[in-house]
Design a protein around this ligand. Structure first.
Ligand code: S3P
Length: 424
């Protein structure tokens, strides 16, 4: 590692009561739907992360007007126009894929680009169905990689079966479908987070979910979108770092409040329970209490993956801090297409701290029982690797992270919260 990096010297247990930032997935969608709806929407609890800030700047460039309020953000939408410049999503895969769908429906040119991680992430998964709807899209490698150049408008609804379990792809197609002629149908073999469907319904759009032979089918009928109010709940994916750490660190006693605990977002909780975690989950109240326990291993299947796809680095740390067994995450090729290749970067992070890890093309196995030791970790600019390393550092008392500033992608107050719930 290059000289430098940030040295964190904090120790577990994790104790206290926390509220985590507003959910990132819901925040992106709140801005996009607010931009599309005629009238003024008010969003409270919006994520303060850089990803969402990029999406806010983009909807402004497309003609939405936003203003900070004491308790949130106001957004006036409905009259979008061609932006005068390239739209920069920063590090956000959700941003670029959802915006690709939104821009595909708008009758003008949009150019979407992002940082060096975005430039490597697969885009054919959105450009193919959006082209099938009639959008004219170009990009590097024939539209498989960003930047993406989108000439939108004139769309027709399609009936599309998702080849990968991805809420981003589903959402891109549904957002495009808002401006298509005729209904848009998306079929999922494995369910993924449902925020887009839920939020579109709340704004008066007809979105129906039913069973089909192989899973679920979502049908959107285009129609006007109403402006409205939304209170963004706390992000379970951010809470996962604290919950996984507290579950494995002896003496921990943590409460996280105000969380979204809806469908397809909380798969890490049953996995932790299978590993022996001491959890008390109040779904209706959005509250999780966790106390430290001796954890052991379990198997996570591909069917479970979308429900915990962002929580793997945190779960891997919990497994490495366990007392026995192994966490065996299978059919997980999608992890290689995240902000970093998370099979490789999670393994590298734990190995740097003395953990015992094995990887395969689609597999990550983390063995318990090898005590972690202080070490130097490369985050690869991936916010979730940096946060997972910081949590692992609570067991060793010291961890050096080359780039910890990347936590601001989703959780600018992470280090403040780390100081609040751990000991020096
Ligand atoms: C997200 C979907 C997931 C997740 C991402 C947020 C969303 O991505 O990893 O952080 O808001 O729709 P995929 O759709 O690529 O699985």
């Amino acid at each position: 590692m290059a000289a430098g990096g940030t040295v964190l010297e904090r120790r577990g247990p994790i104790r206290g009561t926390l509220r985590v930032p507003g959910d990132k997935s819901v925040s992106h969608r709140a801005l996009l739907l607010g931009a599309l709806a005629s009238g003024t929407s008010r969003i409270t609890g919006l994520s303060a992360g850089l990803d969402v800030a990029h999406t806010r700047a983009i909807v402004e460039a497309l003609g939405a007007r936003t203003a900070d309020l004491a308790d949130g953000v106001e957004i006036a939408g409905g009259e979008l126009h061609e932006a005068s410049h390239v739209l920069d999503v920063g590090n956000s895969g959700t941003g670029i894929r959802l915006l690709a769908g939104l821009c595909a429906g708008l009758p003008f040119l949009s150019v979407l680009q992002g940082d060096s991680s975005i430039a490597c992430r697969p885009m054919a998964r959105v450009t193919e169905p959006l082209r099938a709807m009639g959008a004219r899209i170009d990009g590097r490698d024939g539209g498989r990689l960003a930047p993406l150049v989108i000439r939108g408008g004139g769309l027709v609804g399609i009936d599309y079966t998702l080849p990968v379990a991805s809420a981003q792809v589903k959402s891109a197609i549904l957002l495009a479908g808002l401006h298509a002629t005729g209904p848009t149908v998306v079929r999922e073999r494995v369910p993924t987070r449902r925020h887009t469907e839920e939020m579109l319904r709340e704004r008066g759009v007809r979105v129906e979910t039913a069973r089909w032979d192989e899973g679920e089918v979502i049908t959107l009928t285009p129609g006007p979108l109403s402006a409205g109010e939304i209170a963004v709940p706390g992000d379970p994916s951010q809470a996962a770092f604290w919950i996984c750490g507290a579950a494995a660190l002896p003496g921990s006693d943590l409460v996280v409040e105000g969380l979204y605990l809806g469908p397809e977002r909380t798969g890490f909780l049953p996995v932790l329970e299978r590993m022996g975690a001491d959890l008390d989950v109040d779904e209706d109240g959005g509250r999780v209490r966790v106390r430290g326990a001796e954890l052991h291993g379990t198997v996570v299947t591909g069917q479970e993956l979308p429900d915990l796809v962002d929580e793997v680095p945190a779960l891997a740390v919990a497994a490495a801090l366990g007392t026995a067994g192994e966490l065996d995450i299978r059919d997980a090729a999608e992890l290689r297409a995240k902000e970093s290749d998370r099979i490789a970067t999670t393994a590298e992070m734990l190995t740097a701290l003395g953990g015992s890890v094995e990887t395969g093309p689609e597999r990550l196995v983390v063995r318990a029982g090898t005590p972690l030791r202080p070490g130097e970790v490369r985050s690869h600019g991936d916010h979730r690797i940096a946060m997972a390393a910081a949590i692992a550092g609570l067991a060793t008392g010291r961890v050096t992270i080359d780039d910890v500033a990347c936590v601001a992608t989703s959780y600018p107050g992470f280090l403040t919260d780390l100081a609040a719930v751990s000991a020096s």
